[in-house]
Design a protein around this ligand. Structure first.
Ligand code: SAM
Length: 304
């Protein structure tokens, strides 16, 4: 299935692209957001794009065919090692793209039988197979509970460890069978696939998704120019919580203590929230693209 970019117009509007600016798209995918930024850039504008997935880089290179784009097959968290100047704006649109999900060979989806993999970067050593077949039961349980909010995490983790003692859990369908057996009968008849949360959790763990986001959030403020913006679209409550907390910290001054401070010690915050409440997709977008249902967009601007 073709990837439909989420919250595309709103993200570009709030990013407030300067025609001759230098931008970064940390999650290129099929270039949906990047192509909209390119429409706003003049001949001097540039956009650095990152993806862990070499397929995303190859296809977007062909599709965009634009000399203003600078490609990095790398993790966006390492952007500061690869871009040696300050930026006018950054976009992150987290998670996976539809072509990754829909490629049966990548092992992201519980809908296709494939080797358990889920690596965005196929040169990475550890895959979902290693997590499922080697991690301790308690750690598997934590991953399923924390990253998937899976109500039956304990039972699934237990059954994984019992089954893998007999033979390795090789494929997505092997894992789906274990999940279905671990689920209570009445929960199986509820809406939604029983493997959805486990697969999401394993994907987040395999690709260290929260760790990348945390490292990025710590360092991006130093790499934005004055009036530079950072727009982040998340699809998971844990990701959104990290972004919300960091943006709040950066945009909050010491007003609480103002009355107790000398005027020279009162410091205005360096950042301003562009939107106070997270922006979500409207019904029309959700109707067209079910991925948009859980999307949240937050944007922050550097004032100094
Ligand atoms: C939701 S898609 C982006 C879609 C894109 N905005 C579009 O409109 O076409 C996310 C992409 O980010 C990549 N990705 C996820 N985490 C990454 C990371 N830490 N570093 C670099 N790329 C990452 C994935 O491989 C995937 O291609």
């Amino acid at each position: 299935m073709k990837h439909i970019s989420v919250l595309l117009e709103k993200t570009i509007e709030l990013l407030d692209v300067k025609p001759d600016g230098t931008y970064m798209d940390g999650t290129l995918g099929r270039g949906g957001h990047t192509s909209k930024v390119l429409e706003k850039l003049d001949a001097n504008g540039r956009i650095h794009v990152f993806d862990l997935d070499i397929e995303a880089i190859k296809e977007s290179k062909e599709r965009l065919n634009d000399e203003r784009v600078i490609y990095h097959h790398a993790n966006y968290k390492d952007f500061d090692e690869l871009i040696d100047m300050k930026l006018d704006g950054i976009i992150l649109d987290l998670g996976v793209s539809s072509p990754q999900f829909d490629d049966p060979d990548r092992g992201f989806s519980y809908r296709y039988d494939a080797k358990l993999d889920m690596r965005m970067d196929q040169s990475q050593r550890e895959s979902a197979y290693d997590i499922v077949n080697t991690y301790e039961e308690a750690e598997i349980c934590r991953i399923l509970r924390d990253y998937g909010e899976e109500p039956y995490a304990k039972r699934i983790a237990h059954d994984i460890v019992v089954k893998r003692a007999l033979k390795p859990i090789e494929t997505t369908f092997d894992l789906v069978d274990i999940i279905k057996e671990a689920y209570p009968k009445k929960a199986l008849s509820k809406k939604g696939h029983p493997a959805k949360q486990t697969f999401q959790a394993l994907r987040i763990a395999t690709n260290h998704e929260l760790d990348s986001l945390e490292q990025f959030l710590e360092k991006f403020p130093r790499h934005l120019k004055k009036d530079g913006t950072c727009a982040i679209i998340t699809f998971h409550s844990l990701e959104d919580r990290l972004v919300k907390r960091r943006f709040k910290e950066l945009s909050t001054d010491n007003t609480d203590r103002r009355l107790m401070l000398r005027p020279e010690d009162i410091k205005e915050p360096d950042f301003k929230l562009v939107n106070h409440k997270a922006i979500v997709a409207d019904d029309v977008e959700i109707e067209m693209n079910s991925r948009a249902k859980s999307a949240k967009l937050r944007v922050i601007k550097k004032e100094v």
